[in-house]
Design a protein around this ligand. Structure first.
Ligand code: EPS
Length: 390
């Protein structure tokens, strides 16, 4: 059995974006409507560019399934690009500060930033979302749900209490154009985006992802690259324009003492059936991860997105052909893509959870995975109650 993984291919203005995904067990029903819904949400959000009026992202699964069910073979996921014009797109010689344009042009020894920007583009996140949505088809089979939303845009920040019900959060998030679960903050965010756009500028923000129903013991403390916190930081930190990732209390923990930060452990036998096995943590500063392993509490991941680097009013740069002072290139741009990034982060976190889930419970068929999961949960529930858990 291959480890659950995916790689992507495709250019922003090429014919399509692609992902090759492998490591799923056979027998898993893939829900195209679920996948397409995530793709639609990623295209949306207040502040998106005219490009999203051209694109109509819909998944095509080219291999690895039959009659709607996985076969244990690699999946090829394809999202066509409607704005496909790679061969005729003009060169770009004025690198945008903050974009991959400059560093990539030096790296590939060219004065044409298009060599870099076509692949660096956040268009690639369409297929990352598709891969994550496929992973969600597995997770929901085991009662795991993942929700991402916007917490801050520009200077407008809303606080989402840790006790909020995830379904309620999702419902309120889906009720406005910035995917923020607080309606009043959402209005103020929209206002800020409108103002930034009118001034030819862009805005960043903060997104949060929560995953509930995740069993304890996923990931590992044994090797650095098996620690789930590290894997999540890599997966989320590699999303275009992300500049920081936090788990649980994150950077705010620096200001407090250990006794204030760590989540005390209690036990309530009435709650043994839940994924946290009756071990109650009244706070969740750890964000569901201790020692690189899930502890049965809700996973909490936060990330900051810098403001988009394609700016209508332009920024000072150098023309790579003439080496003269110039203004950064502009064709069109999102004013704010923080709502879209909340969808991307939700789906990449889902993928990482599915990866460690299958690392622990993996098998060739969904039946084997289910059996391994149920056996483990049963043993874990008996910890302390029934001494022999080997
Ligand atoms: C992007 C630049 C823009 C965005 C694109 C990401 O593309 P274009 O240059 O065609 O206007 O629209 O995002 C998407 C196409 C998308 O689907 O998210 C960039 O430079 O990263």
């Amino acid at each position: 059995m291959a480890v659950l993984s995916f790689r992507t291919a495709g250019e922003s203005h090429g014919p399509q974006m692609l992902a090759l995904l492998e490591g799923l067990p056979a027998g898993l029903r893939l829900d195209q409507e679920l996948i397409n819904n995530e793709l639609r949400r990623r295209q949306g959000g207040y502040g998106r560019s005219q490009r999203q009026q051209i694109e109509r992202d819909e998944i095509q699964i080219l291999s690895g399934w039959r009659q709607g069910v996985t076969m244990g073979s690699p999946l090829v996921l394809m999202v066509p690009n409607q704005d496909s014009r790679l061969e005729i797109a003009p060169p770009v010689t004025q690198p945008r500060p903050g974009h991959a344009d400059f560093a990539g042009s030096i790296k590939w020894l060219t004065t044409d930033c298009r060599t870099t920007l076509e692949r660096a583009s956040a268009r690639e996140t369409a297929v990352r979302v598709a891969a994550g949505a496929v992973a969600k088809c597995l997770l929901r089979h085991f009662g795991i749900s993942v929700v991402g939303y916007v917490e801050q845009i520009g200077s407008i920040r809303c606080t989402v209490e840790s006790s909020r019900d995830l379904n309620q959060l999702r419902f309120e998030r889906d009720d406005n154009e910035v995917y923020c679960p607080d309606a009043r903050s959402a209005e103020a965010m929209i206002d800020q985006i409108r103002k930034a756009g009118a001034e030819g500028d862009t805005l960043g923000g903060v997104i949060e992802v929560r995953a509930q129903g995740v069993p304890p013991g996923l990931g590992s403390c044994v090797q650095w690259d098996e620690r789930l916190d590290g894997r999540i930081m890599q997966a989320v930190g590699s999303i275009q324009a992300i500049k920081g990732v936090e788990i649980g209390g994150g950077f705010a923990l620096a200001h407090q003492r250990g006794s204030q930060v760590h989540d005390v452990i209690e036990y309530d036998p009435q709650q043994r059936a839940a994924t946290h096995l009756g071990f109650v943590r009244r706070t969740n500063n750890a964000g569901g991860l201790e020692g690189g392993m899930t502890n049965g509490q809700t996973l909490v991941v936060r990330a900051v997105m810098k403001p988009i680097s394609t700016i209508r009013k332009g920024m000072k740069t150098v023309n790579l052909e003439s080496l003269e002072e110039s203004v950064s290139a502009y064709e069109r741009s999102d004013v704010c893509a923080v709502p879209a990034v909340s969808v991307v982060a939700e789906n990449v976190v889902a993928f990482e959870v599915a990866r460690v889930f299958l690392a622990k419970f993996g098998g060739d068929t969904l039946g084997e995975v289910t059996q391994a999961y149920e056996w483990f949960m049963q043993q874990a529930r008996n910890l302390g109650v029934k001494p022999d858990h080997s």
